[in-house]
Design a binder for this molecule. Sequence first.
Ligand code: 6PG
Length: 256
Amino acid sequence: MTPPYSIHPTDHIPLLAAHVIEQVSHRAIRRRGVAHIALSGGSTPRALFRLLADEPWRHRIPWADIHLWWVDERWVPPDDPESNYGVCYALLLKHLSHFTAHRVLTEQNSPEQSAERYAQELRGVFQLGPYARPRFDLILLGMGPDGHTASLFPGTAILNERKALVAVGHAPQPPHTRITLTYPVLNRSAYDLFLVTGASKGPALQQIFTAADGDTSLPAARVRPSRGKLHWLLDESAAAAAGLLPSGKSPPFAPV
Ligand code: 6PG
């Protein structure tokens, strides 16, 4: 089945994502006193980070009660320009008066140790038993032109990981070594929200959205939360390149 999606002007995507973050976090905090949100890296989220760092969003989002996590991280130091945490810190976190960030500690001796350390932090903070999986309130995801998401790349063995919460991924483009959440975590989320912009994503989107049976051969298409909301926010460039315009058939977007 085709995943739910909606099509918007490029500059509307960060604003819509900000509204989702605001509504999801306030609801989670009302219910449990805390919200857990996982962020992706890459270029698409940068406009969102800049928006959230500025007024009114800097004070509209209840940052003091949000735990921020990373969907994936490159195996580089946190001050490296390729670091997903580093980019988020530079564009957003350093402008906040208070935040709780659980970054992937890439200073460990090996990527495997970083992955295990991150999994231990997930288990500890979510207070999980040895076989339980964390349920995020919101996971923001992107998609590469090859249909990867997180650091789950086509043809890699970790696509089949069903037990580990965190794994070591290998990207075709540098930095090649990545630490990534796995499908057991992504598909346990209360809300998986894709932000996909740009014509380069067209062929992968077309494969995902126009295949009659909802092709799940691409990694991004395998994100299907079992008990959660899934939505793809597409910009007009990506949608046009995928043959999804005119957008008459995409229903209006309801943030939560
Ligand atoms: C990363 C991301 C990755 C990203 C896609 C899309 O570490 O690069 O987590 O999964 O979401 O590659 O990247 P763009 O937003 O740059 O197109």
